[in-house]
Design a protein around this ligand. Structure first.
Ligand code: F6P
Length: 536
């Protein structure tokens, strides 16, 4: 069943009132607001278990929030959230649900946790596949999974791209403190041969297992790299390459054609979007790194956020509030970029992960009604780890002519030297304050800071598996709420197809097997330069 409310947001009363209200909000001086209103910081903050979100340094008043909440109500957000959890076909162009939340429902949650529409068989299948994954992890960790020469596997290489790479890679880095000894993990994503060759150079063909992670099992990059890995194994004396592979995919036939047996095949349901798949067996390499208990904690954190998202009133609902803020900036202040700055080195690649999550989900121009949208959709997601970003891109944030909205992320405790961690904390807090407060200097205009630049700060006790699960689920739901407001489908990605088709044509032409196509002069010129480089 399709999701109902297709009202274009700009046709709601709340949208019109927000546009009028924006003129007053643009005059707000945040620093003055804090001085005037001692309750501001507390009122514009929300906590949930180990998370605390301070959104008080945004260009909002109580009236702004109230109008944004009206907007959510007028667009049927509650109904749309219900549709997500209950398995309705929220992915309208592919006629399927998006049930990533089902992947993190704990074993003992009982029936019906997903809501009325949940087909019980799905939950059972999820549990079965998860148990198979953990059983494999256990055998691998016990040294029972052996390569063709009879030696235990000690290195795992995840071959995948996009959602089949960024999630496992992020978890691997973020939870490095939870890694169990005795297993090296590597990642290969790029079609650039440097990527796989670098990984092969440090691998031993007798003790390496390749996880081919691909929902479609048709992705060029992944298949080319997997084929190269297979050739490398054979070139290095492996007489049973199948013992060095495992697949996580939704395409069992293609996995079989590749030569990976059923016992090494882990199923991905078609309702698991690539960028929402870390909770599934796509997380195999993460489960291998951190072990079953920690992986279950990771799922439990996400599930806690799911319950919060599903049941909290909108004014108390963290993903809803953060999404409404991004709508506020994107559509009423024309702020087209959102920076994610983790003051947490372990989350270094979070901006890239969220880049895919948000921009592949919401970089859309057509609404769920099939018409072109009348409003701007996704912001550009960018960023980098603080404090390096301070010494690289913060100039733009402080004195550039464009504004970017910002999320700072900060662990309250680190695992190392307390005094050094405190410097990290001080840097994070200082940046938020400096951006907001500014510093007038008419004598030296180059030293003048306008200030009034908004940011949100998300703090958490420590970066443990549970908290990481909460954080990622928080951003998933924020992304869904944005899509619900803009009236778009967050779960398809047709925009990647055209380039893939053309790349196939150009590759065939460059290989000489196909007659030259009719490309534009620029493409022809660059192809010509490539051909002559091969001759020289
Ligand atoms: O081309 C985009 C995309 O389909 C992403 O959505 C996905 O995460 C990535 O490619 C990898 O796809 P697959 O897991 O099917 O190899």
């Amino acid at each position: 069943m399709a999701v109902q409310n297709n009202t274009p947001p700009e046709q709601t009363t709340a949208w019109r009132l927000l546009a009028e209200h924006q003129r007053q909000a643009a005059e707000l001086r945040l620093h003055g607001e804090f001085a005037r209103d001692p309750g501001r910081a507390q009122r514009f903050s929300l906590g949930l278990e180990r998370l605390f979100v301070d959104f008080s340094r945004n260009l909002i008043t109580d009236e702004t929030l109230s109008l944004l909440l009206d907007l959510a109500g007028q667009l049927g957000l509650g109904e749309k959230i219900g549709a997500l959890f209950s398995g309705q076909e929220v992915n309208t162009t592919e006629q399927r649900p998006a049930l990533h939340t089902l992947l993190r429902v704990p074993d003992d949650a009982g029936a019906g946790i997903q809501g009325n529409g949940e087909p019980d068989g799905m939950a059972r299948r999820v549990r079965q596949e998860r148990d198979r994954m953990f059983a494999f992890v256990k055998r691998l960790r016990a040294g029972e999974v052996r390569g063709s020469a009879g030696k235990p596997i000690t290195r795992v290489v995840n071959i995948g791209i996009g959602g089949s790479d960024l999630g496992p890679r992020l978890v691997n880095g973020a939870l490095s403190g939870y890694h169990r000894e005795g297993m090296d993990i590597d990642f290969v994503a790029n079609i650039d041969p440097f990527d796989i060759e670098r990984a092969l150079a440090r691998a031993d063909p007798e003790t390496t297992l390749f996880i081919v992670a691909s929902k479609s099992f048709t992705t060029q990059e992944t298949l080319v790299n997997a084929t190269r890995a297979e050739r490398w194994l054979a070139e290095n004396g492996c007489n049973d390459t199948g013992r060095h592979f495992l697949a996580v995919s939704g395409n069992s036939a293609a996995v079989e054609r590749f030569g990976i047996g059923k016992d090494r095949y882990f199923k991905l349901e078609d309702w698991t979007g690539g960028r929402y798949s870390i909770w599934s067996c796509i997380g195999m390499s993460s489960a291998i790194c951190i072990g079953e208990d920690n992986f279950r904690e990771f799922l439990a954190g996400a599930h806690a956020l799911d319950l919060h998202f599903r049941s909290s009133a909108f004014d108390n609902n963290i993903p809803v509030i953060l999404a409404l803020l991004s709508v506020w900036y994107n559509n009423f202040f024309d702020v087209g970029a959102h920076a994610v700055i983790p003051y947490d080195q372990r989350l270094e690649i979070l901006p890239a992960y969220l880049g895919q999550l948000v921009m592949e989900s919401n970089g859309k121009s057509v609404g769920t009604d099939g018409n072109r949208v009348g409003t701007k959709t996704s912001q550009v997601i960018w960023g980098g780890a603080g404090s390096q970003a301070q010494h690289a891109v913060f100039q733009f944030l402080h004195q550039g002519t464009r504004i970017s909205s910002i999320d700072f992320l900060l662990p309250l405790t680190g695992g190392h030297d307390r005094a050094q961690h405190e410097l990290l904390v001080a840097n994070c807090l200082a940046q938020g304050e400096a951006l907001m407060r500014g510093s007038a200097n008419s004598a030296e205009p180059h030293r003048h800071f306008d200030g009034n630049r908004p940011s949100t700060t998300i703090v958490y006790d420590r970066l443990d598996p549970y908290t990481l699960g909460m954080l990622l689920a928080l951003y998933e739901h924020k992304t869904y709420v944005e899509a619900a407001i803009w009236g778009i489908n967050a779960f398809d990605q047709w925009g990647v197809d055209l380039g893939k088709t053309l790349a196939g044509q150009i590759a065939a032409e460059l290989a000489g097997g196909e007659p030259p196509g009719s490309h534009d002069a620029s493409t022809e010129q660059l192809m010509g330069r490539y051909r002559s480089a091969q001759r020289n």
